[in-house]
Design a protein around this ligand. Structure first.
Ligand SMILES: Cc1ncc(COP(=O)(O)O)c(C=O)c1O
Length: 362
């Protein structure tokens, strides 16, 4: 009988939303307004000829590399940030290797690492979801081949410092150290300029979040040129489609659109956090375009909250099953018009669910 590999048979499942996300989507950290009008204009101008030939990634890779102030050999465009993570796992992990992953964090690190046959060493976040730098250091062994860190972290919105990340890279020279900067635009700090200090350091970015292009599936992986040469061997030749490739240069040229969006989100995030603090709701101060808050003590409480918000036309994400997140939901923040709708719905849901007052802000 046909049987999948042992590593695959025992994989945890991830349940992405593949249908029916009606309402204001504040559940998956996408841009709530949309991509730059320049991207839409480019899409309108595309012709059949643009789709007839296989997509050519190289020129756009050069454009993105130039924008990021890195070289083209260091840069690989990927099918979303997810493919960047997947490629690193495929390239560096094998059976019996160890991957150090904090918890809670983005689910796909664990899934791709395990699918590659590695043992995932889960390192709990510290108090108030502080980055567990010391605990990670203690868990490095001669078998550690991957350390994956989302910075800012999803779903907590908390961050690691550059020194903490660089130290991990120094201490684990035989491991690929991935700093996943999916929410970079809302945080503003990067490890890109440290890449020459440690050849095992990789940075991933995405066009799915601030740029508003999640449906086009484009990410970027940046690393040491020699290492990236090997990563390319694993990569599908036409991993990024022609439509996405045509749109990327337009998106990065419209930095004023991006800046305006980010500014709106940062203002709205501050308003949301002030409101949560004033309502006595426990939340974690975020450096990304979402905020994690505790709306109760159990999955029942968080599920009820999510349902009440849905009835008010707003989708938010239940994170109660993540370690340390009992009773928590994660809410994506959009700029003004969406933040106003969110705050209104939040206020009435808080009242309806009778969420306890007087819990202090973390
Ligand atoms: C930390 C992190 N990395 C990567 C991704 C994947 O993004 P995409 O594959 O759409 O680029 C996400 C999406 O939620 C994320 O939160």
């Amino acid at each position: 009988m046909l049987s999948p590999r042992e590593a695959v048979r025992t994989l945890p499942s991830y349940h992405p939303p593949l249908a029916g996300r009606e309402g204001l989507r504040l559940d998956f950290n996408e841009n709530t307004v949309g991509c730059s009008p320049r991207v839409l204009e480019k899409l309108r101008r595309m012709t059949a000829d643009d789709f007839t030939k296989y997509p050519e990634r190289q020129a756009v890779e050069g454009t993105v590399a130039g924008f990021l102030k890195v070289s083209a050999p260091e840069t690989l465009l990927t099918n979303g940030g997810d493919e960047a993570i997947h490629l690193l796992c495929q390239t560096y992990l094998g059976s019996g290797d160890e991957a150090l992953i904090v918890a809670p964090t983005y689910s796909m690190y664990r899934i791709y690492a395990r699918a590659a046959g590695a043992n995932v060493i889960s390192v709990p976040m510290g108090k108030n979801f502080c980055f567990p730098a010391n605990e990670l250091k203690e868990r490095i062994t001669s078998r550690t081949r991957l350390i994956a860190v989302a910075n800012p972290n999803n779903p907590t919105g908390t961050v690691a410092t550059r020194d903490q990340l660089l130290e991990l890279a120094y201490l684990a020279p035989e491991a690929a150290v991935l700093v996943d900067e999916a929410y970079f635009e809302f945080y503003g700090q990067t490890m890109l300029d440290c890449r020459n200090e440690s050849a095992n350091l990789f940075v991933a970015r995405t066009f799915s979040k601030a740029y508003g292009m999640a449906g086009l599936r484009v990410g970027v992986l940046i690393g040491d040129a020699e290492q990236m040469h090997v990563v390319r061997l694993v990569c599908s030749p036409y991993n990024v489609n022609a439509v996405a490739l045509a749109c990327v240069p337009e998106a990065i040229q419209d930095q004023s659109y991006l800046a305006e969006y980010v500014e709106g989100v940062l203002e709205a995030r501050a308003c949301l956090q002030i409101m949560l603090g004033a309502s006595g709701i426990e939340f974690w101060s975020s450096e990304a375009n979402f905020v994690l808050l505790r709306v109760g003590s159990s999955k029942t409480d968080s599920a009820r909250f999510v349902e009440q918000m849905r009835r008010r036309g707003i989708l938010v994400r239940d994170r109660s099953s993540d370690p340390g997140c009992e009773g928590c939901v994660r809410i994506t923040v959009g700029p003004r018009e969406h933040a106003d709708r969110l705050l209104e719905a939040l206020q009435s849901t808080i009242e309806e669910c009778g969420i306890a007052q007087g819990v202090s802000r973390r």
